[in-house]
Design a protein around this ligand. Sequence first.
Ligand code: HT7
Ligand code: ZN
Length: 854
Amino acid sequence: RQAKSRHDYQPPAFLIPTIDLHFELDSAATIVSSVMQLRRQTAGAALKLDGQHLKLLQVLIDNKQLSDAQYDLSGESLTIPDVPDAFELKIVTQIAPVENTALEGLYMAGNSYCTQCEAEGFRRISYFLDRPDVLSEYRVTIKAAAASYPYLLSNGNKIAEHITADGSRIVQWHDPFPKPCYLFALVAGDYDLLEDNFITASGREVALQLFVDKGQAHRGDFALQALKRAMRWDEQRFNLEYDLDIYMVVATDFFNMGAMENKGLNVFNSKYVLAETATATDRDYFNIESIIGHEYFHNWTGNRVTCQDWFQLSLKEGLTVFRDQEFSADMGSATLCRIDAVKLIRTAQFAEDASPMAHPIRPESVLEMNNFYTVTVYDKGAEVIRMLQTILGKEGFAQGMALYLKRHDGQAATCDDFIRAMQDANRYDLSQFALWYSQSGTTQLTASQQYDAATQVLTLTLGQSTAATADQSVKKALLIPVRIELLLSGNEKQSHLLLLTEYDQVFSFNNISNEPVVVWLEHFSAPVKLQQQSSDDALLHIAAFATDGVARWDAIQQFWSRKVAEVIAGKNAQHVLPPKLFQMMQSWLRDPGDDKALIAELLSLPDFETLAEQYEQIPVDGILSALEQFRQIIADRLQSDFVSCYQQVPVSAYQYDEASVGNRRLRALCLGYIAFQHNSQQLLQAHYHQADNMSDTIAALMASQQAQTDTFKALLADFSQRWNSDVLVMDKAFGLAATQPSEQVFTSIEEMQSHPLFSWKNPNRVRALFSAFSMRNPRQFHSADGKGYQLLQYAVAKMDAINPQVAARLITPLLSWRRYDESRQQAMRNVLQVLADSSSLSNDVFEKVSRSLS
Ligand code: HT7
Ligand code: ZN
């Protein structure tokens, strides 16, 4: 097994300016013929095309069939040693979509045909130069039985459609924009179609089409409206207009990830398209809008300008996540969006940095590309883009974007190209900043303050250090933008941006009339861990008075993580909590104001995963026990306030808007604490039965589940019964079953595997059960007897034979076994070893297991 290195990049030896693809669809034997024009770029080079799981039927050069001796079919490539400088190549292959359970290439999604070509799926459709820097103009012809396949879709514009005498439908598509093959898509099926249109800023009409499974049309409208909001937003914020005359979105229940930005023909996991009040939570609505936006924004950042090679993935993904975050912030609560993003960095991304899979946002070495669609590449990548905007300003950043897109439109670019455009548009030296692309790991920031009352000078000292990671031992000083706010007496406030460029640096401020409380890293201005000397009182002061909602939330999170540490160190949970804390929480509950969603966040304890990332060796039992004690103390001390707040928050007919989401969130928060009182059963049942929407229903289920009440079992049974034929809602039931904090979870997971809707071939189902268990049930996943680890190993092994990409994602929580206590280390290592010993491990799982055990 051979890893690839970023530095080994060579431009392609041949270009393929045009490709004509013909598909005769058949689930067991689809015939694909591909006619390509090729042009040599490198003298003397043989033509080596990628291909996997293909049956080669014919190879012709300039209409002449090649004999077996004229090409070599070893490994996963087709090599033709002797080819002219410019020629036409025809290749005919046969594939079996029905056998394709990996869901890469052309596969069956129920009765429909669907493709997924990113990262390297096109090679499962035909022999090709399957790399992002080979851009071709595509013409696609699809033939299938007309009655069963009313819709035969591909990228670009439809140029012809007819039905033959023998009942076949034949449809032709042309995409005028040259694209890499990872953006190719084909979909064939019988769908419900929702249609709308969009008039671009320059007055062009774009047809919008959303294809959903039969009977699901009523759940498609929100996504379609979200698409129109995204299209308008990109025009207004970045001056970017859509370029084709049609934009299609297909929703499928069989998908390895969230969605895919194929040019003009997005394919979406139905979870991120379908929504109605009764079945979708506020979180679902949020995700739909943000992912619809994300895939749409890729049209410029990813499609018009694509990546030179897969090491540059963050060029399109980090940038596009940043763009979707900015879109979501503008559509709803900017504070809540930011808090969500920060939580993800502090949990999954910091964990990845501390794991054997640590890598920079631009990885250096990759065995299986699918393993690098990571929170580091995506979400830390987005943080890096955000820092650029913080440093250059919104206007400067927009100018840099414009220059980048102008320079590289129609090209495959690199992260360095992006930085260069930002630098040139702003005449700003970004050479030190560029280290964020090559350096992995989480930087630790230390911050302290000194105030001299006599001279009225405030001195702030910042230091940075980054510990060695699994992939890289030496770390340099980064350019880190640190936004601060000074909270002075009399409600006076000052904001500053500090640019930390050295390992240690001092910043002085004159004419500061009194010693301020300093809000460090306001709005999480850099993806780092912060260690500050501020007192508990100062943290609570920030939580009450900082301008930035994110900083308020952050302060109270830091306060709690200190308290958890104190309890782990042996202090009494009751004694470490000052009266001021409860007074503050009480005042929030009594007068939550307009931003109720923020109040709900301020009243929430940090989750296990956030706290775990503060420790090199994770004290599982200590964290869980401290959290349980604090939760019960808060529930008891503020019992009547939770009840009255719960009763006072307005309840109205379901609407998805910022104020109503905030109301539901705060009521759910109160319910969550009330559930820890023994007399809460009635209220939980009432909340569940009176709910007119899925958010409230789930709130009742989760509150009763977390408090381990008897009500939970009955409610979950009712819920599963009510929705037993709706896959998307049953995923929520699977998730609830898998996150029960009690030992009952093992029986429930066993039972759920026999549910008629559960299928190992469907990634959504497997994730709903097993990812939920391993990533959101720390108590039972880390069960001292190792049962949780064994369950995950069983799921990974089973899944690896079916869908390696999904299996490799499932295994993640086991990789960091070195961070746990002796006996858990032993148990985790044992199950990893069992996997490593398997003779048929995929590259995907092998790469992770081998890095973890080495
Ligand atoms: N760019 C898309 C990535 C993706 C993907 C990658 C590997 C295998 C399956 C996949 N499905 C989608 C999604 C995105 O970031 O927009
Ligand atoms: Zn993306």
